[in-house]
Unconditional design. Structure first.
Lengths: 310, 496, 354
C-alpha cells in the first residue's frame, strides 16, 4: 500500500486545526492561573465567543468585527468573574461554575436565531503555496490567520512570562500576593488584567470554532473543550510550550475518532468520542502522582482569595 | 549628609485595641536606634506605618522637614525609606535576580552591575540566578537588604531580624548595620531581645501597650532597667529547681527517619533520644531545621515505623494523634490558629477536638454538648482563660488566652508527656510567665515534657536536658546546666 | 463618605437575607433581559414564575423537579462542607440510572414487591461506584477532583447513549432510541391520581432529615465541619482524612444515584438517551443557594425548580427561548455570591473629621 505523503500532511494539518481552540483557551487560562486565579468558566467564555463571533459575522458581514467582537465578548463576561472574585472576594469554584452555566444558557438564547445559517468563508493565507512542498505544505500553508496566531501563542506566552517585566509581575503575584502587595504591586489590577486576557483568548477560541472550524453555530458546540483546556493547563505544569504538545494530542484524538468511523472500525462511536475525556483523566493521574513536582510548579496562591486590610 | 526622621502624634486604632497611641519620636542619622517592646506593644504597627503598609488614623511623618504622604509601600520606597520585614516579602519560585528587579525601574544590565558592586562592598555572596527557595534564611535576609540598598535609602528599618539567623549570621548582620550607619544611613532596629539592643544600638525607644514610655541612651541603661521599662513592673524571675530526676525511661525514640514528598519540608534522619519521667528535654534550633516535622512525627500527624517510638513500654510509632492521646501523650503545636484550634469555632467546640476515651464527648457517635460544655468551663477556670463565655468564638481570644486554652485542653487528662512547640511565641510577658509556671509544675508532678523552641532563653530556663536540631539531625543530648547559649548558638549554626 | 469595613464576624441576619436578595436581583435582571429581547417584562416574569405553579398539576410538577435537585444537593453539601469539590454529580446520577435501569430491565416482564427496592438500591450503588473514582484518585493519587469528576460526566452520558441505542435498545421498539418499558413493579408509585409526583419525594425528605442529623448531632458531622475549616487541624485531632474524603463522595454519589433512579422509575419509566436536564449541575447552584444547610436546600430546590418549569411555560406561551432557565440559574448563583459580600463587609458612613 502506498501512503500518499500529502495525505499524511493533511491529517497532521487537520489535527493542528483541531488543536487551535485548545491552545488559545489554555494559553489564556494559563496566564490567569499564573496570577493565582482559577477560572472554571472557560467553557462558558468559549461558547459566548462562539455565538458572538458567528452572530456578528452574520449581522455585520465583517469578519474583523466578528473576531474582535468575540474577543470583546469574552472580555466582558470575564469581567463579571473578575469583579466577583477579586472585588467581592467570592469563592473561585462556585463563581467559575456560575459563569459556565450562565454562558451556555445565554449563548443558546442568542444563538436560537442563528441556527442553520451557513458560515461565511474565512480568508486563508499563503494559499498559492499549497502544493509546493510534499508533506509540509498542507501543514504550513493555506490556513487562517487565527491558526497561525494560535501556534505562535505558546511561544509568545513563554517569552512574556520569562523575559518581560510584566510577565515577572504576573508570576510574582501568583507566587505570593502578600509579598507582591507589600512591595506596592496592585494585586487586584494584575489579576483583573490576567482574567480579562484569559476571557479574550477563550472568546477567540470559541469564535474560531464557529467561524472557521465548523463553520456554523450549533447549540453547545464547544462540547466540553473548555474543560479539556483547563486540564491541559494542569498537565502542562503551567508551561506554555507543553500546552502545544497536549493540545496536539487531544486534537489528534478528536480527528482519529472521525477517521476511524470513516474507515469503519468496529468500535462504538461513543467510545471514540469518550476517548479524549478518559485520556485526560489518565494523564492527570499520572502527572499528579509526582506531588513534589506539582507543588513546585503550581502557582502557590492558585484558587485562594486575597484580601488586603488597610 | 544628615537625615532627620520625625514621627509626630501617630495614632492607629483597631477594633478592640489601640495599636499606636499618640506616638512621637525623632531620629537622626549617625546613630542606631532600637525600638523595643514586647509582643503586642505596637512596634510592628508603627513601623508598618513608616513603610506605607498601614495608614495611620492620625499623625504625620516628616523626613528632613518634608511631610510624607505614605499611602503605599511604593511611597515609602520613593521617599528613601527601606524596610526589611520579619517575614520576608520574597517570591520563592523566582530567582534572586528576578526578586530584585521586580520593583526596580532600572535596566537589567545596569541593575546587575549595581547588585554586584553592593555585594562586593559589604561582603555578601549570593548566587543571583537560583530560586530564592534554595537560600538559607540569612541569605534571604541579605537579599531583602540588597533590595533596600539598591535604592540608596536614607532610612533602613529592620523588623525583628534575628529570629531566623544563626549566631554567625547575626554577627555578620550587626557588622553590616554598623557599616551602613557609618555611611550615614539612619538605622531603626525593632526587637524584643534585650541583649541585642545592648550590643548593637546607641539609643533606645521603649513602647508598651501602644504608648511610647521612654527614650534614652544605651550607655545609661542595662538589661534589667530595659526589661522593667518594657514590661512596666518588676519582673518575677521564674526559676526551676533542678532536682535529681528519676532514671525511669518514659519515651524512647530509635532510628526515626522521615522523608518528605514536599520540597518545602525538611527531612529528618537518624533521630535517637529518650526522656525520663519528670524530665524536660529541650530541643533548640533555628526555625526551619525540621522542628515542625519532628513535632508531627512525635504527635502522630506523620506516621512512622511502629517500633521507632516506644512509650511506656508500648510501641506506638504507627498511631495517629488521638490514639497516642489514649496512651497519655499530649501535643501543643506552634500554630494556634491553623492547627491547634479553629478560630471560627466556639471555645467549647475547640475543646472537643481532644476527644479522649473517657471524655464521653461523643457517646455512640452522638454529640454530648452538655459534657463538652461542662468540661470547657473547668478548663477555663483551671487555666485562667480570660472569659466566662464558652460559646465565644476562639478568634476573639487573645493569643495568650488561646494558648492557655489549648494547653489546658491538652493537660486536663494529666498526660505523662506533653510535647510542645514554641508555646510562648507572640505572647505578652504575663502569659509567657504563666505558661512557664505551668510547664514547671508539670515536671514537679513527675510528668515529662519535650519542649521544641526557637527561644534559647526559654530552653535554658526550663530544660533539664538539651539537644540541638540542625537540618533534620539531632545533636548529642547535653545536660542543660553544662550548656551555654554560645555553645547552643554554634550547634544551631551547624558547627561543633 | 461611605467606607467599606470588614466585619468582625459574619452577620447572622444577613446570612438569611442574602438568598432573598439574590432572588430579588435575579428577577430584576431577568426582567431586563426579557425587555431587551423584546418581551414585556412583567408578563414574561408572570409566565415564568407564577403561571407554572398556579394549579394543582403545576405544583406537583414543581415538587417533581425539586425532588432530584434537593436529593443531589443534600449529597453535595457533604462534599462541599468539607472542601471536596464534586462537580460530577450529573455523571453519578447518570451512572446510577444506568445500573438501576439495567437491573429494572432484567425484571421487565416480572411482578413483585421486591423489585423496586432492588432497583433503588442498585441506583444508589451505581452512583457510589461512580463517585468512588474521583474520591480514590484524590486520596491516593493526589489528583484534582474537579476535573476528574467533570470528565466522568461526559463518559457516563456516552455510556448511556451507547447502551440505549445499542445492546439495550428495545427490540420491539421500531428503532426508537429507548429501552423497553419497565414493569409496573419497578416504578415508583404515584402519590395522587392524575399528578406525576411520586414516592421519590420521600427519599428526598429522608435525605434532608438524615443530613441534618449527621451534621448537627453526630461526631461524624463534627469531623466534617472541622475538616472543612482546616485539614491541618483535622489531622492534629486524629481524624482519618482519607476515609472521610471517600465517605463524603460515596454519600454524594449515592444521593445522585438515587436521584437518577427517581427519574427513570418515576416520570420516565425506561431509559432514554438523556435522563436528566442537567440536574447534577443545577444541584450545585441549589446547594450554594441553600447555604449547604438542609432546610435552606429545601427552599432553594423549590426556587430553582421554578426556573425549569418557568422556562418551559414561557416558551409555550410567549415563545421565549427555553435557555432562559439556565440563564436564570447562573444569575441566581452570581447574585448570591455577590450578595455574600455583605456578610463579611459592611458600609460605614464616615463624616469628615476635624
Amino acid at each position: 500500500m502506498i501512503i500518499d505523503v500529502n495525505f499524511v500532511g493533511l491529517i497532521i494539518a487537520s489535527i493542528m486545526a483541531s488543536a487551535v481552540p485548545l491552545i488559545l483557551a489554555s494559553c489564556g487560562e494559563l496566564i490567569t492561573e499564573r496570577s493565582g486565579v482559577l477560572n472554571l468558566g472557560v467553557e462558558g467564555m468559549m461558547i459566548i465567543g462562539a455565538i458572538s463571533g458567528f452572530a456578528l459575522m452574520t449581522v455585520t458581514g465583517s469578519l474583523i468585527i466578528a473576531v474582535f467582537g468575540a474577543m470583546l465578548a469574552g472580555v466582558l463576561i470575564s469581567t463579571i468573574f473578575a469583579f466577583l472574585t477579586q472585588t467581592l472576594i467570592t469563592n473561585h469554584v462556585a463563581t467559575g461554575l456560575a459563569l459556565t452555566i450562565f454562558g451556555i444558557g445565554i449563548s443558546a438564547m442568542i444563538g436560537k436565531n442563528f441556527v442553520g445559517i451557513p458560515g461565511k468563508e474565512f480568508p486563508v493565507i499563503f494559499e498559492g503555496l499549497k502544493d509546493t512542498i510534499p508533506l509540509l505544505s498542507p501543514i504550513l500553508f493555506g490556513h487562517s490567520i487565527v491558526f497561525y496566531f494560535a501556534f505562535a501563542l505558546p511561544f509568545i506566552t513563554s517569552y512574556f512570562l520569562k523575559k518581560t517585566k510584566i510577565g515577572l509581575i504576573v508570576r510574582a503575584v501568583g507566587d505570593s500576593p502578600e509579598s507582591a502587595s507589600n512591595q506596592g504591586i496592585n494585586v487586584k489590577l494584575v489579576r483583573y488584567a490576567c482574567i480579562l486576557y484569559g476571557g479574550a483568548m477563550c472568546g477567540l477560541a470559541g469564535a474560531y470554532l464557529s467561524m472557521i472550524y465548523t463553520p456554523q453555530w450549533i447549540e453547545n458546540m464547544t462540547g466540553g473543550r473548555g474543560w479539556i483546556a483547563l486540564a491541559l493547563v494542569v498537565f502542562s505544569t503551567w508551561n506554555p510550550i507543553k500546552i502545544l504538545i497536549g493540545a496536539m494530542i487531544f486534537g489528534g484524538l478528536t480527528i482519529i475518532q472521525f477517521h476511524m468511523q470513516a474507515i469503519g472500525v468496529r468500535i462504538p462511536v461513543q467510545f471514540l468520542t469518550a476517548l479524549p475525556y478518559i485520556v485526560t483523566i489518565i494523564v492527570l493521574v499520572v502527572i499528579s502522582r509526582d506531588s513534589r513536582k506539582i507543588r513546585l510548579s503550581t502557582p502557590s496562591s492558585l484558587g485562594k482569595s486575597f484580601y488586603k486590610d488597610n | 549628609m544628615n537625615t532627620n526622621l520625625k514621627i509626630s502624634n501617630v495614632t492607629k486604632i483597631y477594633p478592640g485595641c489601640v495599636a499606636n497611641d499618640n506616638v512621637s519620636l525623632e531620629f537622626n542619622s549617625g546613630k542606631i536606634y532600637a525600638l523595643l517592646g514586647e509582643n503586642g506593644a505596637g512596634k510592628s504597627t508603627l513601623v508598618k506605618i513608616l513603610s506605607g503598609v498601614i495608614i495611620p488614623d492620625e499623625g504625620k511623618i516628616y523626613l528632613n522637614e518634608n511631610n510624607l504622604k505614605l499611602n503605599s509601600p511604593l511611597d515609602a520606597k520613593k521617599n528613601d525609606i527601606g524596610m526589611v520585614f520579619q517575614h520576608f516579602n520574597l517570591f520563592e519560585t523566582l530567582s534572586v535576580f528576578e526578586n530584585l528587579i521586580i520593583d526596580s525601574d532600572e535596566q537589567r544590565e545596569g541593575l546587575r552591575e549595581k547588585i554586584d558592586s553592593i555585594m562586593r562592598k559589604y561582603n555578601f555572596s549570593i548566587d543571583l540566578d537560583i530560586p530564592v527557595l534554595n537560600l538559607s534564611a540569612g541569605q534571604k535576609q541579605k537579599v531583602e537588604i540588597i533590595r533596600c540598598l539598591i535604592r540608596s535609602p536614607k532610612v533602613l528599618i529592620m523588623d525583628e531580624p534575628t529570629s531566623v539567623l544563626t549566631e554567625q549570621e547575626t554577627s555578620e548582620l550587626f557588622l553590616s548595620l554598623k557599616k551602613f550607619s557609618e555611611e550615614g544611613i539612619l538605622i531603626i532596629y525593632i526587637t524584643h531581645k534585650l541583649k541585642e539592643v545592648m550590643e548593637l544600638c546607641d539609643e533606645v525607644a521603649v513602647m508598651r501597650r501602644g504608648k511610647l514610655v521612654s527614650v534614652s541612651e544605651i550607655k545609661n541603661e542595662n538589661i534589667e532597667s530595659l526589661a522593667n521599662k518594657m514590661v512596666g513592673q518588676n519582673l518575677k524571675t521564674i526559676k526551676k529547681k533542678k532536682e535529681k530526676n528519676s532514671s525511669d525511661k518514659l519515651i524512647n525514640i530509635t532510628n526515626l527517619n522521615f522523608i518528605s514528598e514536599d520540597p518545602f519540608e525538611t527531612n529528618l534522619s537518624d533521630i535517637n533520644f529518650s526522656v525520663n519521667r519528670g524530665e524536660c528535654l529541650g530541643i533548640a534550633g533555628i526555625s526551619g531545621n525540621g522542628q515542625s516535622e519532628l513535632f508531627q512525627v512525635l504527635s502522630g500527624e506523620i506516621i512512622s515505623d511502629k517500633n521507632s517510638i516506644e512509650f511506656n513500654k508500648n510501641y506506638i510509632g504507627d498511631l495517629n494523634p488521638q490514639e497516642r492521646r489514649e496512651y497519655l501523650m499530649a501535643f501543643s503545636p506552634e500554630d494556634r490558629l491553623e492547627q491547634a484550634a479553629i478560630p471560627q469555632m466556639a471555645i467549647y467546640e475547640n475543646v472537643a477536638l481532644n476527644n479522649y476515651k473517657s471524655s464521653n464527648f461523643f457517646n455512640n457517635g452522638l454529640i454530648n454538648e452538655n459534657k463538652i460544655k461542662e468540661h470547657s468551663k473547668k478548663i477555663i477556670s483551671d487555666f485562667n482563660v480570660n472569659t466566662d463565655n464558652i460559646e465565644l468564638k476562639s478568634q476573639f481570644l487573645s493569643g495568650g488566652n488561646l494558648q492557655k486554652l489549648i494547653i489546658g485542653r491538652e493537660l486536663i487528662t494529666s498526660p505523662d508527656l506533653l510535647i510542645c512547640f514554641n508555646p510562648t511565641w507572640g505572647l505578652d510577658v504575663g502569659a509567657i510567665n504563666y505558661i512557664h509556671e505551668t510547664l514547671i509544675k508539670i515536671n514537679e508532678q513527675n510528668k515529662s515534657i519535650i519542649l521544641i523552641s526557637t527561644d534559647t532563653d526559654e530552653l535554658l530556663k526550663l530544660s533539664d536536658k538539651i539537644s540541638v536540631i540542625h537540618k533534620g539531625k539531632l545533636s548529642k543530648i547535653m545536660d542543660a546546666d553544662e550548656v551555654t547559649s554560645e555553645k547552643l548558638g554554634i550547634l544551631m549554626g551547624g558547627g561543633n | 463618605m461611605i467606607k467599606i469595613v470588614k466585619r468582625d464576624e459574619p452577620s447572622r441576619a444577613i446570612f438569611f437575607l442574602t438568598p432573598v436578595l439574590a432572588i430579588f436581583l435575579t428577577l430584576v435582571a431577568g426582567g431586563l433581559i426579557f425587555y431587551i429581547l423584546g418581551f414585556k417584562p412583567f408578563e414574561a416574569l408572570k409566565f415564568f414564575f407564577i403561571v407554572p405553579i398556579a394549579d394543582k398539576y403545576g405544583f406537583s410538577e414543581l415538587l417533581l423537579k425539586a425532588t432530584p435537585l434537593c436529593l443531589i444537593a443534600i449529597g453535595l453539601s457533604f462534599c462541599f462542607k468539607s472542601n471536596n469539590w464534586n462537580i460530577g454529580a450529573e455523571g453519578q446520577l447518570t451512572f446510577g440510572a444506568i445500573v438501576s435501569g439495567g437491573v429494572a430491565l432484567l425484571f421487565y416482564e416480572q411482578e413483585g414487591f421486591y423489585i423496586l427496592p432492588i432497583v433503588i438500591l442498585a441506583g444508589a450503588i451505581g452512583g457510589m461506584l461512580y463517585a468512588s473514582i474521583p474520591a480514590i484518585l484524590k486520596t491516593y493519587f493526589n489528583t484534582n477532583e474537579i476535573l476528574v469528576s467533570l470528565m466522568l460526566v461526559y463518559v457516563s452520558k456516552l455510556i448511556l447513549d451507547y447502551l440505549v441505542v445499542g445492546p439495550w435498545s428495545n427490540p420491539e421498539g421500531f428503532n426508537f432510541p429507548e429501552t423497553r418499558q419497565f414493569s409496573d413493579s419497578a416504578r415508583l408509585p404515584l402519590l395522587f391520581e392524575g399528578l406525576r409526583i411520586h414516592a421519590g419525594i420521600f427519599l428526598a425528605l429522608a435525605a434532608v432529615v438524615m443530613s441534618w442529623f449527621i451534621f448537627y448531632k453526630t461526631y461524624l458531622g463534627f469531623q466534617m465541619k472541622v475538616s472543612g475549616f482546616s485539614l491541618k487541624t483535622a489531622k492534629y485531632a486524629g481524624y482519618k482524612g482519607k476515609k472521610m474524603i471517600i465517605l463524603v463522595f460515596l454519600i454524594s454519589g449515592a444521593c445522585a444515584g438515587l436521584a437518577g433512579v427517581g427519574e427513570i422509575t418515576g416520570p420516565i419509566g425506561q431509559l432514554h438517551r438523556e435522563v436528566s436536564p442537567d440536574y447534577g449541575f443545577t444541584a450545585i447552584i441549589v446547594a450554594f443557594l441553600g447555604r449547604l444547610h438542609p432546610v435552606g436546600i429545601i427552599f432553594a430546590s423549590l426556587v430553582v425548580a421554578i426556573t425549569y418549569l418557568g422556562a418551559e411555560t414561557a416558551q409555550i406561551f410567549m415563545q421565549i427561548p427555553k435557555y432562559t432557565g439556565q440563564v436564570f440559574q447562573g444569575m441566581i448563583l452570581f447574585f448570591l455570591l455577590a450578595s455574600d459580600y455583605l456578610l463579611f463587609f459592611k458600609f460605614k458612613f464616615i463624616g469628615s473629621k476635624k
